[in-house]
Design a protein around this ligand. Structure first.
Ligand code: FAD
Length: 488
């Protein structure tokens, strides 16, 4: 799809009444029945920055911190009221700061993602907001550690870090367009209750997950729709120890990790059950609502999270189909609570303590970049001349693992948007191969990509250069100074 198609597509999505019609007849009906309103031309106030980061999620927080610490005047635009994104809304633990050493006897344990992502964990540790890097005692063919977080503390801690770094944080602000000068992004349009504004900058990083900025900038993209969407629930008034006993009594424990929980070390912070071994009523009920049995926590009486999955028939960029999915997911959440109450001792008075403000996606748009990380790159543990980080986790493990418990490199070229001079992307929107994406999309990978893109954008802005004119040696030096780990 290109920019013109994107705008046309956006208009079509407004036609909820036509949503049920097949594609061809929908387009014909549109041409016949659509009324158009021509927006009057408006003069927008302009704010000027060195770097604009779109989306204050998993990758965007780190990108903005990295850019600001390079001395760039940095703006961060986030539609929700807090930073954090999917790391605070979707998953169970941050995968993974380490290589898969436990699954490969003799392989050296090493922390392969450090820098700003680790700094966030250090800050969380100080305020009881994480389990720490808790070693897996069971299921370590999947990951060697479990790093669980208190998602509310994560939002506060990262917000404070952004303020300390001097980032101009615009929450409750929607990125609604791009201002192009040929193949160069000159600025973005930001919408909030303070009005519609233009933010000019020299370099841009799209961390919206959906690739909104890249799409507005006319980048090529596809919408693979190859994952289920989710609205995970935080479940309160439960006992993690009794859930563990329940799974154990059915000989169903697959994963287990012990770490910091409610201020005490050595406590269970992650468990996952083998569903086939659980009572038929629970198992069948869970299957019908796409519920997974894995949970993590840093509190004795809380599950963070229980995931409810739903496979949508179309891409999650379709507003009207998303509305249907939002309702269905909330129905599934209520059923999930009923299952826990009925089957799991200690959960008789369970309730939904939190939900995500909107459903979470594993990918929306896939943005075309200068390089596409392949399945072989990941599992063969390949590194590149322009590596910006190393990464060793695969969400399909143990079926698919990075060779010999090693790492592969994420190259800088995989983060440069094809055809656009000054736009980088970080997060779930890179990597077309589903199997490779099952690795690159995970939180700690996104955070590392954030540090790489934020640093690169700041260096480009300093010299007023495009992303392809940046000397790799300069980028690598700056990343090393920022604590980023490279395999030697
Ligand atoms: C249900 C689920 C479970 C998962 N489980 C795990 C797990 O256990 N471990 C793991 O490591 N990974 C897990 N993942 C994967 C991982 O969480 C995500 O891939 C990763 O967090 C994505 O980070 P991101 O920065 O690309 O996007 P996000 O973290 O989603 O950040 C995007 C941000 O951009 C904002 N935004 C979007 N559009 C706009 C706009 N137009 N204007 C302004 N702001 C905008 C959003 O509000 C959001 O804050 C899971 C994913 C899902 C969906």
């Amino acid at each position: 799809m290109n920019r013109r198609d994107f705008s046309k597509h956006s208009l079509m999505l407004g036609m909820g009444v036509l949503a049920g019609l097949p594609k061809g007849s929908r387009a014909r009906a549109l041409n016949q029945s659509m009324n158009y309103y021509a927006e009057p031309v408006k003069k927008l106030p302009v704010r000027k920055f060195d770097v604009v980061v779109a989306g204050a999620g998993t990758a965007g927080v780190v990108a903005a911190l990295a850019a600001a610490r390079q001395g760039a005047k940095t703006a961060l635009i986030e539609v929700k009221g807090y930073p954090g994104g999917t790391v605070t809304e979707g998953g169970t633990a941050l995968h993974s700061f380490y290589n898969l050493w436990k699954a490969f006897p003799g392989v050296k344990k090493r922390q392969v993602v450090r820098g700003i992502p680790q700094e966030i964990i250090d800050r969380l540790l100080k305020v009881g907001g994480t389990s720490g890097h808790a070693e897996m005692s069971k299921g370590y063919d999947f990951d060697s550690v479990c790093t669980a977080i208190d998602t509310e503390i994560y939002k506060l801690v990262t917000f404070e870090m952004l303020a300390e770094a001097g980032v101009f944080v615009c929450v409750n602000t929607l990125l609604a367009g791009a201002i192009m000068d040929g193949s160069r992004v000159r600025g973005v349009i930001a919408e909030s209750r303070s009005g519609r504004e233009a933010f000019y900058a020299k370099a841009f990083v799209d961390c919206t997950g959906y690739g909104d900025l890249a799409a507005y900038a006319g980048a090529e993209y596809t919408e693979p729709n190859d994952y289920a969407v989710v609205n995970s629930i935080g479940v309160g008034n439960v006992s993690i120890d009794k859930y563990y006993e329940f799974l154990k009594s059915h000989d169903a424990i697959y994963q287990q990790a012990e770490g910091w929980r409610s201020g005490k070390d050595g406590q269970i912070v992650r468990i996952q059950g083998r569903t086939v071994k659980l009572p038929a009523g629970f198992r069948e009920g869970a299957r019908k609502i796409g519920m997974s049995t894995v949970t993590t926590t840093v509190h004795d009486n809380y599950f963070m999270f229980i995931k409810l999955n739903l496979k949508m028939p179309v891409s999650p960029t379709n507003r009207d189909e998303v509305a249907k999915a939002e309702l269905e997911l909330r129905r599934r959440q209520a059923k999930a609570i009923e299952l826990f109450k009925e089957y799991v001792p200690g959960c008789e008075k369970a309730f939904i303590a939190r939900t995500s403000p909107k459903l979470c996606i594993r990918r929306g748009r896939l943005i075309k970049c200068d390089y596409d990380i392949s399945h072989e790159d990941v599992i063969e543990g390949r590194h590149f001349d322009d590596d910006v980080m190393a990464y060793g986790f695969h969400d399909s493990a143990p079926r698919l693992q990075v060779k010999d418990g090693g790492t592969y490199g994420i190259p800088y070229k995989a983060l440069r948007v094809a055809g656009v001079e000054n736009l980088l992307v970080a997060g779930m929107m890179i990597t077309s191969d589903h199997r490779a994406h099952m690795s690159t999309r995970n939180t700690v990978s996104c955070m590392g990509q954030g540090q790489a893109t934020g640093t690169a954008a700041a260096l480009c802005a300093r010299k007023n250069r495009g992303t392809r004119e940046l000397r790799y040696a300069d980028l690598r030096r700056a990343l090393k100074n920022g604590g980023v780990y490279f395999e030697s």
